[in-house]
Design a protein around this ligand. Structure first.
Ligand code: FES
Ligand code: FE2
Length: 506
């Protein structure tokens, strides 16, 4: 029997939920991945959707005295900062005869291809075509007839952002919470962490909050605990399994989810995270110990999951570091950056002891194969997010998944993505999101917030579960009702409403 026969994912034998001991044989077919959500090359539905948004493509520190070659959404690109300070993101292959501009020479204005000396401005305009003596006029005419492929780009807080759709359709850059709600005592610290797998499974992990205890608080082999966040930070509430609820927000262009945990008999901790289409996530305070009452703590990490190509991606964004968001100063600024993040070991391919052998500003090579790393055994002793995400296969196969209730956030966000890409939600169409951004002066509010509330424990387990869920839902209502307000005005309203809720429950 020919086992290589092609199946549609839902027909594949492996996709059937056969409950039978020793059923390996019946399950040895791997169905196809979901191309609609996972593939992002040009001309794919998700690729076209992604191209209508601004994305961080690399860190500012990756733009040096030589051009930076990178792949993004399957396209080969070269990014550089010219000597006048302008950032260019151009197609890598020179439009003359295809040499890569990564070997080009950065100019006062633009970049010169090293093969025949054509010079391109950051917008792709050809500035110079060297001509043999006597043919200058002809060369000048020719120069005006060519143009290198280029994308709009700018730098912000140590990241390089690009827009890769039709230039005339570019939306305003969304300044969520007006510069990401950073308090004057705090700062946005950039990072970029490579992931050797499809973008969506990395994004999925943002809403997968049930993995915290098994993955992050338990070593596979005792004595090899990863530390940080849950242990050293004394973030005791994370040791309790959260009660999770998921809510579509902003007309189905985003999802807020609550994780609600009891801190002690008097207090509960409700964490609200927010994901915005297509690939942005806002994470509230990671090191909460629940000791101080808090009505409205804000963003602690802003992260885009960007697609390099269909089997590689990056988590790239900012950690918010400072005394306002993190009064106990648990965050570690020097551990946030290129191929490193401070809150957990196991977020990137290379582990800290190996990475520490590289000097400040030096870029460690990103290992190509996770089984061929010096830290492979350590990673087996105490795996992290990197290990479990990238080994869901290069592109995770949704047809093989057996989701339970706690996976609801993963599935809700995929549903929002699917509706956005196939036209099922008109509010999620790129032009609708562009108009919405304009209507809020490109400073939309986020639901992302942390709350330690005085809510006493209920008498019975049943009532306690109901109470945690009711209060979490009430928090979402308050965030929804305050969505028109900004800054201090919003904080005031949220605080007043949550104080009312505390009184009511008591
Ligand atoms: S290939 Fe670039 S100038 Fe000729
Ligand atoms: Fe995790």
């Amino acid at each position: 029997m020919d086992k290589k026969v092609e199946h549609r994912p839902e027909d594949a034998p492996g996709a059937k939920n056969l409950v039978k001991p020793y059923s390996g044989y019946e399950k040895n077919h791997v169905p196809a991945h979901d191309p609609l959500l996972t593939e992002t090359d040009a001309d794919t539905p998700m690729g076209e959707y992604m191209r209508r948004f601004w994305h961080p493509i690399c860190m500012s520190e990756e733009l040096t005295d030589t051009p930076h070659y990178l792949v993004f959404l399957g396209e080969e690109l070269v990014a550089f900062r010219d000597k006048s300070g302008e950032v260019g993101v151009l197609h890598a292959h020179c439009c003359h005869r295809g040499a890569s501009l990564e070997y080009g020479m950065i100019q006062e204005k633009g970049i010169m291809c090293s093969y025949h000396g054509w010079v391109y401005d950051v917008d792709g305009t050809c500035l110079e075509v060297p001509a043999p003596t006597g043919e200058e006029e002809e060369a000048e005419k020719f120069r005006k007839s060519v143009c290198q492929g280029a994308y709009k780009a700018f730098e912000r807080h140590g990241l390089v952002f690009a827009y890769m759709g039709p230039a005339e359709e570019a939306p305003p850059f969304p300044e969520w919470e007006s510069d990401f709600s950073v308090h004057p005592d705090d700062e946005l610290v950039p990072f970029s962490n490579f992931q050797h797998c499809n973008w969506l499974q990395v994004q999925d992990n943002a809403a997968d909050q049930y993995h915290h205890i098994p993955l992050h608080t338990t070593a596979v082999v005792p004595g090899h605990e990863q530390g940080t966040t849950f242990g050293e930070a004394g973030a005791a509430p994370y040791l309790v399994r959260p009660d999770l609820q998921f809510f579509p927000v902003h007309n189905g262009t985003g999802m807020a989810w609550t994780s609600s945990r009891r801190v002690d008999d008097e207090k509960i901790f409700i964490r609200v995270n927010h994901q915005a289409l297509p690939n942005l996530s806002f994470h509230s305070y990671l090191f909460e110990d629940g000791t101080e009452k808090k009505h409205f703590s804000r963003l602690h990490m802003i992260r885009w999951t960007v697609s390099v190509d269909d089997t590689n991606s990056k988590m790239i964004g900012w950690r918010v570091v400072g005394k306002n968001i993190d009064p106990r100063e648990v965050g570690t600024k020097h551990l946030i950056g290129y191929e490193t993040i401070d809150f957990l070991e196991g977020q990137v391919a290379m582990r800290r002891p190996e990475r520490a052998t590289y000097g400040q500003g030096e870029k460690p090579p990103i290992p190509k194969d996770h089984r061929d790393r010096d830290c492979y055994k350590d990673a087996q002793y105490a795996p992290g997010d990197y290990e479990v995400i990238i080994t869901q296969r290069p592109i995770a196969v949704h047809a093989l998944e057996r989701p339970m209730k706690a996976d609801g956030g993963v599935y809700l966000f995929r549903k929002l993505l699917r509706e956005a890409v196939n036209g099922g939600n008109k509010d999620a169409a790129p032009e609708a999101i562009r108009e919405w951004l304009k209507s809020v002066n490109a400073t939309p509010n986020s639901y992302c917030s942390g709350h330690v509330l005085e809510v006493p424990a209920a008498e019975t387990l049943e009532d306690e579960v109901k109470r945690r869920r009711d209060v979490a839902r009430a928090v979402i209502d308050v965030l929804h009702d305050s969505d028109e307000l900004k800054g201090a005005e919003r904080t005031k309203m949220v605080t007043a409403r949550l104080e009312e809720i505390e009184k009511t429950v008591r």
